[in-house]
Design a protein around this ligand. Sequence first.
Ligand code: HEC
Length: 145
Amino acid sequence: MKTIVIQVSKIKLSSSILIGAAALFLAFTSMRVGNPEKWTAPADADKKVNPVASNEKSIAAGKDIFGKSCVSCHGKKGKGDGPKSAELDKPVSDFTKEDFGKQTDGAIFWKITEGRKPMPSFKKEMTEEQRWQVINYIKEFSKKK
Ligand code: HEC
């Protein structure tokens, strides 16, 4: 009788280890398979409000910055088809997509500040004001149809 009990508990133990391992494996693969391109800013980033009004002046300043620092990858029309985009191992974000325009300026600011390879970080290269100006410019891409 005792040996049977031991046997049964052994089976229970090994099967729970198996189930645990399977669950871990599933969690891991779904993490990797689940939309690898999606880049989300932390929720906190949304709270940052754009202090630079979106008007002709700031959009023009943003356009200049875009032409110098962003167009090589993001392309003239913001479609992610700049000349450098073909060399990258990842697609360049398309700013004409509705989803892009739906993001808060704060989230976009966070992404431009932090970067994510091969997208560079502009924390050092650009002042905060310049980052807000370029946001005012690139947000125009998703408005035009
Ligand atoms: C070397 C190429 C390169 C340059 C230069 C570059 N980007 Fe990017 N950018 C990328 C790539 C690639 C991604 C997608 C990154 C990812 O998904 O991990 C991206 C993503 C972004 C995103 C996120 C878009 C989204 O859908 O959330 C923003 C915003 C952005 N770039 C803005 C800029 C701005 C503004 C500049 C210029 C100041 C710039 N980028 C310069 C390659 C570049």
